[in-house]
Each structure stands twice: as C-alpha cells, then as structure tokens.
Design a protein. Structure first.
Lengths: 276, 276
DNA sequence: AACTCGCGCTTGTCTGGACAGGTTCAACGC
DNA sequence: GCGTTGAACCTGTCCAGACAAGCGCGAGTT
C-alpha cells in the first residue's frame, strides 16, 4: 500500500549517478529524470492543451527520446500507456496517431472467474459443513432476494486461511433445486457456478453483488469464533442466466478485520493493444 | 513452497541449443528462435493442459528465461500478453497468479464517474461537517493506506437521503495537501476527484476500493444516530494518478441496514452500471 | 498466539544497442 | 498520368545487465 515516492526525487539521484550521459544534448529544461508514467502524464497534458489535433501524428519515438532524455524503452512504455488509455493508435512503421483527446470517462473493473474471490482465493480452503434442501419462505426469500416458495440446495462452507486458525468467514451457497441433480458430486477445485455451467448447460450472463454490514447471529458466532452480535460483512452474490433466472445465490459472512473485499477500476478507452 | 511445475516438455529442446548467437546466421539452422508470441501460446497450452490450477503461481520470470532460452524482456512481454488476455494477474514481488484458464470467462463491471456512489448518488444530499488539514500519523496512515507524515485536506460529510431523517452515513474525504489549493472552493454539483482533475491538471488512472466491516466509534455514533460499537460498512476509495500517486482517499461509514453497495458484472460486451 | 523485523526472492523500471519489417514518398520508367 | 521501386524513416522485437521496490517467510520478541 505504501507509496513512498513523494517526489520520486531520490529515484532521480540514483539514476543520475548511475547512467550519467543522459540529456546532455537536450535543451536545458529536460533536466529532471522522469519515468514513463510521468512522461505519459506530460503527453496527456500536451494533448489536452491542444498541441495536436485528432488525426495528427505525435512525435516519433526518437524525438521523444531526445525531448525527455530517456531511453527508447521508457518512451515506448509511456506510449503503450497512452494507447491503452485510448489516446493514440500505433502501427508499425508509422508514427503514433492521436485518436482522442478525452477518452471515454468510464472506469472498468474486469474480473476473471468471479467467486474465486468468494470461494477460492488461493490461500484459503473451504470445508463443507452441511448440505441440505430448503424451501425459501418469507423471511429467507427476502434475505436471498428470490421468490418465496422456490426450492434450493443449500451448501454451508467454512472458509479458513491455509495458515492460521481463525476462520475467514461462512459461505451459504444456494443452488436452484432444478439444477442440483446436474451438480451431483462437487469438485472442490472449481467454483460452483463453473460446475453448474459445465454440467447443467447453463450460461451465466451477469453477476450481481451486494455488500452491506450486518451482525453475527448466535448460530454463526460459534463456527466463526466471534461473539454473537459482532459486526460482519455480508456479501450476497447472485448468478443470473441469460434467461434472467437466478441459478445460484451465495451469502458470505465475514467478521470485521478478517476479510476485505477489493475492487479495482481502471480507466479505459481502447482496451486493446496495437495493430488495427 | 515452490510448485514443482510439471510438463512443458518439448521446450527443453530449444533451451538445449542455447540462445545468443541468434539470427545473425541464416534462417537455416535447427530450431526456430522463440518469440514472445509463441512463448505466450506455449504457456497458454500449458495452462489449458491443466499444468497449473487457478490460484497457482506460474514459474518465475527467471525460470521462464531458462526454459525458453530467451531474454527477460521477451519473457516479460509474453507474460504481459497473458495478463492482457486475462489469464494471469501480476504483482510486483510476487509471482504471476493464474486467475483463469479460459478468459472468455471474464466479467466486466464498467461505471461512469465513480465516486458518484460515494458522494452524490442522486437521491442523497451531503452536508459538510468540517474542513481541516491533517498530517497522517501512524495509525491513521494505516487506516487510509497512505504514507505516514503526508499532509492532507480532510473534508467530513454527512450523507442524508433526500426524504427521510436517519443519515445514510459519514464520508471522510482526504485530498493530497499539495493539490488542495487547486481545489479552492468546492463545487457541490461535481465529485471531488473530477474537480481535482480539472483544476489541478491531474489524471485519475485507476480507482481502488476496499470494503470491510467495522464498528462505530463514539465520535461517529452521534451524527449517525446509532449506538457506539454498532456495525458499520467501511468503504475505502483511493484515486490514483498515472504516476501511481494517491491523490484522494475517501472513507465511507455506513450503518447496517441503511446503505448497501451493489455491483453488477456482465459477461463480455454490454455496458453495465454500479450502484444507485 | 500475535506481532515485528530482516533478508532473500521476485517483479518493476530503466539503460543502450541491434536487427527485422512495415510505411512513406519521391524519383523513375512506362 | 500512373504504377513501380527503392531508400529513408519509423516502429516492433529482442538482448544483456543493473538497480528499485514489493512480497513472503522465518526468526525472534512480546
């Protein structure tokens, strides 16, 4: 989490001493050693300042090497950044072309294998506590966000870190009873939703997660080893098919301090690389 | 600890011949030189063959250099490819982690104007409780995830629904003191990060959110109208520039039952939305 | 048992150099 | 005028080495 590089100045010193040469020919202003990130930022400022119009070609790599007093690799890295953000397009042999001066102001969070995060985060193991069939009645149906009266296969897991004793949390997983047969024996090396996809021929179209604070019920308190009433993170995950039907619902209960959910959103214009 | 890492048999040949000499000689020689694309392809085949499970660590760059007889740059380029395709996640200091063996299986959450959800979610209003300058000391620095000793402008908001009495939650917003001047008077119709972008010339590259459970301190309990110690949802949001510097940190505290965070992930393609 | 600290391992960033292969454009031949 | 060709220009790929910075684990402490 730390970002000690306040000015990134000590960075500069080291390299100055090390590789010297650098920028001796450059016009005076290129004194400061800058990294590819700063270089990218400087270029973006230039772009926003209107130095080039959309469709124009940016300076060649060689010119940027001169101007910033950095190596070609560094210049290329910054151009790669600009391309990833959607400002420019690159093509071998031709100079970079400015294609946008303000790439879509949207952020993207891309997740592979949802629920890895919820069920298998690498250094955790899950132990099945109970397997039962339930009918969603009033209160429970509301808690799950499903239709009252529907039938579900319920799986209770306790999640524990590989090293350490205190459990991370409890997971209740509800599988639509109509697909429970297809599930059969459960492969613990795959997520439930993946197995449903593979064996029941379902396709998850979207996943909805909601997160809120709650408290530990007496029943949960024992396996979680916390006091009843202590604060929990409640994570509900719904897996929804293209037909709009909820095929699986997961409820995760995580005591404070043991589990943290992290989401990273990245600004993206043209997610793709090079070529065209 | 280390994975014995199986398989990848035929690559041994190339390695045998050893590298260096490279294409200076005619293309007639025995084995092709492996490029980063082929290397990526080979790795994908290994992945699909099940040599590693999701969550496992791939070989280190050094090991791949050995195996393929290529330079580290080339190996890194191929790993970059795999990361872009969604097979692996990379983190400085730690080995690459396999996160998907079939990246068509990726879900995307895209959102315009993050932080709307933290500051202005349409049907809520924010009232500024306090504005102060603070220095992040030990404990607070850890809580914020910033460098100890750094200086910040702190803004305290109470968020209340348009209709209704009970407050939704408290927001502490910390703005890097170096950019606080640029902020000047705050336009309540825009998010803070947008104003920082426009007035301080910063570019937000990515946003990191972490969510966990916590408890209400006595100081929070009063304005939130809950009992001290009652469960809260703690949402931390970091706005990070392309230089990798944290320019704004937001801490949201939401009592149980009053606020729920919602995330919708959609499989490849279509846009989606987050929260409300 | 939980916490801190240090050290080794691993990835991130950067340098400087080389060749391959695509692009561009002007000179040339028809 | 028009298509071809070649050379200059430019980006793509690759190499070898170095230091910076983050991570993980074990040892020692509380």
């Amino acid at each position: 989490m730390q970002k000690p590089e306040i000015g990134s100045s000590e960075h500069a010193l080291v390299h100055e001493v090390d590789t010297c040469v650098r920028a001796t020919t450059a016009p005076g202003w290129a004194d400061r050693v800058i990294g590819y990130r700063e270089m990218a930022e400087a270029l973006i400022l230039d772009i926003k300042a209107g130095n080039w119009r959309i469709g124009d070609a940016l300076p060649t790599e060689a010119e940027l090497v001169q101007r910033f007093g950095a190596s070609r690799s560094t210049v290329r890295e910054s151009l790669r950044e600009l391309a990833a953000m959607g400002y420019i397009k690159r093509r071998q042999g031709a100079r970079s072309i400015l294609v946008a001066d303000d790439p879509t102001d949207s952020f993207v969070n891309s997740v592979q294998s949802i629920g890895e995060l919820l069920q298998y985060s690498g250094r955790t193991r899950s132990t099945l506590l109970a397997r039962s069939e339930v009918v969603a009645t009033g209160d429970m149906a509301r808690r799950l966000g499903v239709v009252a009266g529907s039938r579900w296969l319920r799986l209770d897991y306790l999640r524990t870190p590989m090293r350490g004793q205190l459990p991370l949390g409890l997971s209740e997983i509800y599988v639509d009873a109509r697909h429970a047969d297809a599930l059969g024996t459960i492969d613990d090396s795959l997520t439930i939703y993946r197995q449903l996809e593979q064996r029941a021929g379902l396709v998850v179209r979207r996943v909805e997660q909601s997160i809120e604070a709650s408290t530990a019920t007496p029943a949960m308190a024992a396996p979680l080893r916390v006091a009843p009433g202590s604060p929990l993170l409640l994570v509900r995950t719904e897996f929804i098919t293209s037909a709009g039907e909820v095929m699986e619902v997961g409820l995760g209960h995580f005591p404070a301090g043991r589990y943290r959910m992290e989401i990273m959103l990245q600004r993206s214009g043209g997610a793709s690389d090079i070529d065209g």
